[in-house]
Structures are given as C-alpha cells and as structure tokens.
Design a protein around this ligand. Structure first.
Ligand SMILES: C[S@@+](CC[C@H](N)C(=O)[O-])C[C@H]1O[C@@H](n2cnc3c(N)ncnc32)[C@H](O)[C@@H]1O
Length: 224
C-alpha cells in the first residue's frame, strides 16, 4: 500500500524531496563526518536506503565510496537512473523493511535520508538496524536524517498511540509515517548501533498548503 502511495507521490508530488534537485539539508552534517567515514577500513561502497530520485548521490560520492541506492518505488529509481549520466550509480529496487538484498559486510556506510519514517513498527525498525549492521563491515557507520516530533508540518498530524509512538497521517499524500526523537531512534537501533554524533536542522520550507518551520535531525551511529 505504502509503495503505491509513494509511486503516486512521485507522479503528483506534494513533498519537496520528490522534486527538489538540490541535495537534502541532511547532507550538510554528513560532510562534517567525512573524516570519520574515511577512517572506516572496509569495502569502498555505500548503501543509500530509500534513495528516491538520487539527489543525494553527488554529495555521498564525496565519501569516495561507490554509490548503491535502494528504493521500493519504481518511479524515483527511474528518475535516479535518468540523472546517472556516467553510469556510476548502482540502483536496486527493494524494501528496507525486508531482508536487504546484499551480502554480509558489503558496505562501509549505510545512509537513510527521510526514509526511516516509513518503517513504523518497533519490530521493523529493529530488524532494519540488524540488517544494516549485517551488510556493514566491522566498524561501519549508519547515517540517518529524519523528521522529528517537533517538526511544524507533521506535529499537528501526530496521533500518539498508547505505546508512545508518534504516528502521522498526511491527508495530502495519504501516507502514514512515524516521526522520532533522537533518543527513541537510538534506543531502537541498540544494540546493533551506538550513537557517535548528532545534529538538529531547523529551516523554512514551503509546501502546497503553506510555509512551515521544519525540524529534522541527523545521527551518526557506529555498528556495535
Ligand atoms: C521523503 S523520500 C526521500 C528520498 C531521498 N532519500 C531524498 O532525500 O530525496 C522517501 C523515500 O523512501 C522510499 N521508501 C519508503 N518506504 C520504503 C521502504 N520500505 N523501502 C525502500 N524505500 C522506501 C520512498 O519511495 C521515497 O523515495
């Protein structure tokens, strides 16, 4: 269901990342992590989960790692492929809520830019962390840029469940997503990953129905 909604979103975009050709705000903190990424002694490859149209591929290749993007929707992957003029991007269709279609220890870095929001169950998040750890080499890094519970667009859409999860339903896109606090995400990634560093992002963003103060955050985790 959610895959069909994302296919529709790329056909009739409401979310800025679906059309924006500029890299995500979250790539700014990643640039600051480049020295730490360079110290990972592993395969010279990275995996970008929920890669969308590949707008972050340019910045991510500054790591010196070969870009592998995975998304479960076909339309954004076709967009990423169309942008890949030199054929350097490896693009795979698959869901990050399932077993990842890669060998153990295949990557030095796994990234996710505003995509873990679509994995809403604790159990699925823990499986995702275990899978990310499995495909990373020893000492590999996980970088996640995510929507927080304080984000002005999503905060009014939050339906706080009895289990404390902040689930959102967006009537514009029809998407059900989960917004996080850094501590919550870190707890779900434990014991597969330990938090190394984090940063908050606050910026204005215009969507079809108004301008909002967006509050996102990024974290860098090391595989445990
Ligand atoms: C907000 S977009 C972000 C795209 C890209 N990371 C960016 O920053 O431009 C979220 C992306 O996650 C993808 N996605 C959502 N759930 C997914 C899943 N279970 N497995 C793989 N991709 C998923 C969507 O198709 C969409 O392309």
């Amino acid at each position: 269901m959610s895959r069909q909604l994302w296919e529709r979103e790329y056909l009739n975009p409401a979310i800025s990342s679906s059309t924006n050709r500029q890299p995500s705000h979250g790539t700014a903190f990643l640039r600051g992590c480049l020295p730490r990424i360079a110290r990972v002694r592993g395969p010279r490859r990275l995996l970008d989960l929920g890669c969308g149209g590949g707008r972050n591929a340019g910045v991510l290749t500054e790591t010196g790692l070969a870009y592998h993007g995975m998304d479960f929707a076909y339309r954004p992957l076709a967009k990423a492929a169309a942008r890949d003029t030199d054929g350097s991007l490896r693009l795979v269709q698959g869901s990050m809520a399932d077993r990842l279609p890669f060998a153990d220890g295949a990557f030095s870095l796994v990234t996710a830019f505003t995509s873990v929001e679509n994995v809403v169950e604790d159990r699925q998040l823990r499986t995702l962390a275990e899978e990310a750890r499995r495909v990373l080499c020893p000492g590999g890094l996980l970088y996640v840029y995510f929507l927080t519970t304080e984000d002005d667009y999503y905060r009014p859409l939050v339906d706080l469940g009895p289990d404390g999860r902040s689930l959102t339903y967006d009537p514009v896109t029809g998407l059900r997503q989960r917004v996080y606090r850094l501590s919550e995400l870190s707890a779900l990634f434990h014991p597969s990953f330990a938090l190394l560093d984090s940063e908050e992002f606050v910026f204005r963003d215009t969507r079809s129905n108004g301008t909002y103060l967006r509050r996102l955050a990024a974290g860098l985790w090391a595989s445990g």
